[in-house]
Design a protein around this ligand. Sequence first.
Ligand code: UFG
Length: 337
Amino acid sequence: MSKKIIVTGGAGYIGSHTVVELMLAGFEPVIIDDFRNSKPWIIDRIAELAGRYPLGHAIDCTNELEVLSVFRNYPDIFGVIHFAAYKAVGESVQKPTMYYQNNVGSMCAVLNAMKECGIENLVFSSSCTVYGEPETAEVTEATPVQKATSPYGDTKITCEKIIQFVKDSGQPLKATLLRYFNPIGAHPSARLGELPSGIPNNLVPYITQTAAGIRSQLTVYGNDYNTPDGTNVRDYIHVVDLAKAHVKATEWLLQQQGSVCEAFNLGTGKGSSVLEIIHNFEKVNGLKLNYAIGPRRAGDVEQIYAKPAKAEKMLNWKCEYTVAEALKHAWNWEKTL
Ligand code: UFG
C-alpha cells in the first residue's frame, strides 16, 4: 500500500513535529504549506531529524484549484492530515472573516479535493475549545460541544460539523477529529519548535521569551478563579506526544471498514495551573521569571483538562513526556532562536 499522506500546514508548529514522526514511522508526507506562519528552513530541520526531505508544495490551502492539482500530482495518496489554520483567539475576534475564509475555506478545499480524487482518510486538527466552559473540569468526548466564544472556536466547531455532514452525505469518509488540549514544548533535539509571530498569545512561548529577555514581564491573567491557587487550569501536552497521536490516528483509520467519524481528546489527563507552570519552568531550568498578577483575560475558561481514556484505548496511544520535560525542551528551543 502507498504510504503517501498530504499534510496541510506541515511546516507549522504541530505540523512539523508530526511530519517527522510520520516519516520515522515509514509514511511519506506531502506538505502543503505557504509558510505564512512558518519558515522554509523548518523543512531542512525536518529532513535533519527524519533523515530525508519530505515532499512539499508552497501553496495556499484555500486555493481549491492548486490544492486539487497537488492531490492529482500524487495518484497514490491515501489520506490527509489537515492542520492549516489560523489559531489566535483574540485576532479572530478582530478579523472574523479572515478566520472563516482561511479555516473553513481550506477545510472545504481539502474535502472537495478528497472527493474528486477518491481519498477517504482524514485526520482533522481540532481543539478542546469546542467544549467551551464545561460543567466539569475533566472532559470526555461525550461532554457537550458548546456555542463558541470566538470566531476561532467557531471555525473548529464548524469544520467538525462539515466533516460529519460530508460523511452523512454518503461521500466515503473515514475521519478522526483530534481535540488538542494545550500543546507545549519542542523537539527534544531543540532543532524544531514553535515560531510565534509577533507577541505570543500563548503562555509557554511568552514565558520563554520573558526568560530570554525579549519580553520584560509575564502577566498572569487573573488569580481570582475558583481553582486551588486562583489561576486557570489547563492540560499541557508535549508537542511530540501530540505528533505521535497523529501517527496512531492515521494507523487507526487504515484499520477501519466503512465510513466513520470519531472524536478523540488529546491531553495528559492532568491539569496544571498557570502558577504551577511558571514555578515548574523556573525549577526545571534553574532560573527566575519576572512575572506579575494582572487582570483576567476576556474569554478564558476557568479550568479544563482531558480524560484521554478513549484515545489511549482505541488509538493505543499515551503521553510519554512530563510537563517538566516539555518546559525544559521549550527553553532549550528558545535558546537556539
Ligand atoms: N496566560 C497568562 N499569561 C499569558 C498567556 C496566557 O496568564 O501571557 C494564561 C491564560 O490566561 C490561560 C493559560 O495561560 O489561563 C493558557 O493560555 P494559552 O493562551 O496558552 O492557551 P489557552 O488555553 O487560552 O488556548 C489554547 C489555544 C487555543 C485554543 C484553546 C482552547 O491556544 O488555540 O486552548 O482549546 F482555542
